[in-house]
Design a protein around this ligand. Structure first.
Ligand SMILES: Nc1nc(=O)c2c([nH]1)NC[C@@H]1CN(c3ccc(C(=O)N[C@@H](CCC(=O)O)C(=O)O)cc3)CN21
Ligand SMILES: O=c1ccn([C@H]2C[C@H](O)[C@@H](COP(=O)(O)O)O2)c(=O)[nH]1
Length: 282
């Protein structure tokens, strides 16, 4: 069983057994037919993934690896907020007629800020610190920008990465760890999707800074299972599990901006069957 499967199954059981329901309360999201999308939610879930041991892809069902890496690069590398630059259509419901999701995600990472070292956006600031000042305790991004929230079609969910570099005990090589802070998580549609995205981001940043990828700590404030997902989750967590796939990254890429979705892949990724239709609350 992959470690990601174990964490996912334990988390789902915990939410289903100990979580609380929002039914009948004033909630924001709705289903396609206009009814309220209630959830069972757990508070303050923390999952730790050791990327030096295995890649954290779920095997219970296949995570759409190419689409999720494409979305991560859309945010972190293209710094785009236009859904026309995405391969998948997962963001279409939140885009306006021009295809933009407003001042969210990629837009915020592309904003240049003034630092003592010069003007940089948040991604370039991270890369600069990892290369020049890896023991800094100030290497972090934050896209939850209050002054721009009124111009976002959906507020950022995975909103902050805090990077922390340690030394590998045996080899002495530098190890890149990070905490992903997420205020809200749709467990069925996006949990492993988000985990795989940020695991790939860490592998890419580690490679371009001559480090190894270490631990990804995923902190989820509101970890929820939507009402219409409950039977799907109950079936999913009873499925057989397989070993984690192996992760390949093109070793020749030394500049973060040169990575494409073809430069990473999962090998021997054996999974359970596809869930034909996952309704997404909007
Ligand atoms: N309610 C909700 N849940 C989310 O996960 C979510 C939002 N809203 N709003 C913004 C984005 C869009 N995200 C999404 C939306 C849909 C899928 C989805 O349908 N996933 C399918 C297949 C995707 C594919 O093959 O490209 C799946 O099987 O997981 C995933 C993430 C994550 N975010
Ligand atoms: O990367 C993402 C983006 C969105 N989500 C989910 C989490 C929630 O179910 C909705 C957002 O609704 P809010 O009312 O703004 O919390 O989208 C996710 O899991 N991962």
């Amino acid at each position: 069983m992959s470690l990601a499967d174990k964490l996912f199954i334990d988390m789902c059981k915990d939410i289903l057994e100990n979580g609380t329901s929002t039914e009948g309360e004033n909630v924001r999201p709705k289903w396609e037919d206009g009814s309220f999308a209630y959830t069972i939610k757990g508070f303050g879930i923390i999952n730790r993934y050791d990327l030096s041991k295995e890649f954290p892809a779920l095997t219970l069902r296949r995570t759409a690896f190419k689409s999720c890496v494409d979305e991560m690069l859309w945010i972190w590398q293209k710094k785009s907020n236009n859904v026309n630059e995405l391969i998948s259509h997962i963001w279409d419901s939140w885009a306006d007629e021009k295809g933009t999701i407003g001042k969210a995600y990629g837009y915020q990472l592309g904003v240049k800020h003034k630092y003592k070292e010069g003007d940089m956006d948040q991604v370039d600031r991270i890369i600069y610190d990892l290369k020049n000042n890896p023991y800094s305790r100030r290497i972090m991004t934050n896209i939850y920008v209050h002054q721009d929230l009124h111009e976002m079609n959906l507020y950022p969910c995975a909103y902050s990465m805090t990077f922390n570099v340690t030394k590998t005990k045996d080899s002495g090589r530098l190890k890149l760890n990070a905490i992903l802070n997420q205020r809200s998580q749709d467990i069925l549609a996006a949990n492993n999707w988000n985990v795989c995205q940020y695991a790939v981001l860490m592998h890419m940043l580690a490679q371009v800074s001559d480090m190894e990828a270490g631990e990804l700590v995923h902190v989820i404030t509101d970890a929820h299972i939507y009402d219409r997902h409950i039977p799907i989750i109950r079936e999913l967590i009873e499925r057989p599990v397989y070993n984690a796939p192996s992760f390949w990254i093109n070793p020749d890429i030394k500049n973060f901006y040169d990575f494409t979705i073809e430069d990473v892949r999962l090998e021997n990724y054996v999974t359970g069957p596809k869930i034909e239709h996952i309704p997404v609350a909007v």
